[in-house]
Design a protein. Structure first.
Length: 143
């Protein structure tokens, strides 16, 4: 019986310690999301290094695949200088699911994203919905 109680106590303590780490990681994830939204709403991606790794991959809403932070930053800035220059992103929902202790899948839903204010070329059919959805993979890096 003592072994069972010790095991239960150890499991509960371990879970509490993991929950505290999870809270710190969720705070870090939310800070990165805030930085992304700040870049979007200011239409300036000079600070992308604060929330995207050098080897980041980004697939945009129409399926363009940007490889690396340099390419992602260039593409974001180019689009925000043109069709997204008046758009606003407002956080509606964030759902974080840890698939391991160090890796999380993050779903971000942005509302107040008026599609009609975007200026798309007449030949580009744009399937974007309102609200705008973004899925990220977040990995805690131990430095």
């Amino acid at each position: 019986m003592k072994k069972v109680l010790k095991t239960i106590v150890l499991l509960l303590v371990g879970k509490m310690i993991f929950a505290q780490d999870t809270l710190k990681d969720k705070a870090a994830i939310n800070a990165q999301i805030d930085a992304m939204i700040y870049s979007w709403n200011n239409h300036n991606y000079d600070d992308m290094k604060n929330y995207a790794t050098e080897n980041t991959d980004w697939v945009n809403v129409v399926g363009m695949w940007w490889k690396g932070r340099k390419e992602s930053q260039y593409a974001h800035q180019a689009y925000h200088n043109t069709i997204f220059k008046t758009s606003v992103c407002e956080r509606k929902s964030v759902v974080v699911r840890f698939v391991t202790k160090d890796v999380a899948i993050v779903h971000l839903i942005c509302g107040n994203f008026p599609i009609q204010t975007l200026r798309f070329p007449h030949f580009l059919h744009h399937p974007m919905e309102n609200p705008y959805r973004l899925m990220m993979i977040w990995q805690h890096l131990y430095l």
